[in-house]
Design a binder for this molecule. Structure first.
Ligand code: F3S
Length: 291
């Protein structure tokens, strides 16, 4: 039996950069917070917690935090994670007298800049993505005018711009590439006056394409990632479409080898962008040894 691990499995560039930033900040000896969990992975968050890093769970929580007096300004650091945040969160952090360390992924910052620029130019911003995902909430928070989130091609079918309105279509970095193309086609057919900027992250496209290719050949496919990680959920959806025996696991404990047919010749493994390498290796070794 062969075990094939996707080369693109695990931390993407942006998440790695954000996690490294927090470890760097710990060395300063200041009080460190992250705005939201730094990665959708419990093991990573737990390790940081043990090192004294705390998580600000919501805007409300940030608002309720005590402002630092001027002589203590700078003692508290808030790290913005790779997903990014709305503009007003930066302002709120500064108003509190905290230092804001921005680890927003450069690919997400690019979307913020386009959203801000195009909405200031009068366009209605459309974002293909999940409206309750923090990345999308962040992008919405950079728009200076009307903004609509389209979750699916069906939403795009139903959407009708106002008379004479100009549109700018963007995407959440982890949005499914095929669905995005479908939305673009719907808009083209309807003849909307739009500009389209494909802001799906390359890392996502590559890992989705690789996962699809491996799953198409595999008898069993294992997808490792956090329960709340949207890119892991998408990898699972893609793999499940190609390989009936696809398993979504968070840790090694979720992997029950007795459920896996012994006749399997090829076991594929991939992992979401927030999955640490250590965990991927653990799963890989376990499958190799126990199969
Ligand atoms: Fe950035 Fe792409 Fe990762 S947008 S956070 S490198 S999935």
């Amino acid at each position: 039996m062969e075990v094939r691990l996707a080369k693109t499995a695990g931390f993407c560039f942006g998440v790695k950069r954000a996690v490294d930033t927090v470890y760097e900040q710990i060395k300063t000896g200041k009080t460190i917070y992250t705005y939201g969990p730094i990665a959708h992975n419990e093991a990573v968050v737990r390790d940081l917690e043990e090192k004294g890093v705390r998580v600000i769970e919501s805007r409300r929580e940030l608002e309720r935090m005590q402002e630092l007096p001027p002589e203590r300004a700078g003692e508290v650091v808030v790290v913005i994670r790779a997903h990014g945040v709305p503009r007003e969160i930066y302002e709120l952090i500064r108003e509190k007298g905290f230092v804001c360390v921005d680890a927003t992924c450069p690919s997400v910052r690019r979307i913020h800049r386009i959203a801000e620029r195009e909405s200031l130019a009068g366009k209605h911003i459309l974002i293909a993505g999940n409206p309750v995902h923090p990345e999308v909430e962040g992008i919405v928070g950079w728009c200076r005018g009307p903004v609509t989130v389209l979750e699916s091609p069906e939403d795009a079918e139903k959407y009708a711009p106002l008379e004479g309105e100009n549109l700018c279509l963007l995407s959440q970095t982890t949005y499914n590439y095929k669905k995005f193309q479908h939305i673009v086609e719907i808009f083209q057919k309807k003849g909307y006056n739009d500009i389209v900027v494909n802001t799906i992250c390359n890392a996502t496209e590559k890992s989705q394409a690789e996962a699809r290719a491996i799953a198409a050949q595999a008898d069993i496919m294992i997808v490792i990632g956090g329960r709340h990680s949207s890119n892991t959920a998408k990898l699972y959806e893609i793999c499940r479409g190609e390989c009936e025996h696809t398993y979504f696991i968070q840790t090694l404990d979720d992997l029950h080898l007795e459920e896996i047919p012994k006749s399997a010749r090829l076991v594929g493994i991939t992992a979401g962008a927030s999955t640490p390498n250590k965990l991927i290796e653990e799963v890989q070794n376990y499958v190799r040894v126990n199969f």
